[in-house]
Unconditional design. Sequence first.
Length: 238
Amino acid sequence: MAIRFLIPPAIDQHQIQLDAERSHYLCRVLRKREGENIDCFDGQGGLYAARILKASTKQVTLELQVEPRQVAAPVPIIHLALSILKGQAMDRALQQATELGVTKITLLNAARCNVALKAERATNKLQHWQKIIAGACEQCGQLFLPTLNAPVSVSEFIQGSATPCWVMDQNGSPFPGQMTPQDITLLIGPEGGWDAAEQQLFTDHQLPRLAIAPFTLRAETAPAVALAVVNHAFQPTG
């Protein structure tokens, strides 16, 4: 599948100007030139056919050639609640989760999470992770940008969750081999696992604990494996 290029949503004109960062990416990384056609998407289900009118590493002008084709939002909603990881491990976890069709991502300040984000650093990190998600969408053909929610405590998340929460736990029950597609939330903890208070919280809220592999997975690997298992379980048999 050819890479689609992400443009801002709610486009109300036929020509748009890209900023320097996106222009550099289009010209240097994707090696696009003036006069070439490119498929674009807005991250909200809108598909556009566009032509490059002006191409430079500082500013690109795109002409949208037709009205957008709107694609229906994916169902069911798959919500990943993931403890914050260090450095590139977090980048890889978010990238792979996007490639496997996650709909929403909420970051968790789990008790054993060893990443402390102060206000300014948290803002910068969220912007960086948004770019990781956007790049993964461009690469894999995902037309809807997954929502990325700011960090909350495990307790806050569970109390505010509107969909059933399943805790990924190596010692849990086997993951179902087949399921009726439904909105779900997958909770994945830090490398050090859930602490005693979080474990008790899961028990108090009667959250099922499910094993996605017979081995101990790294926290950055677990989201991809969990989403792959869910995708497989949602597929009809026969």
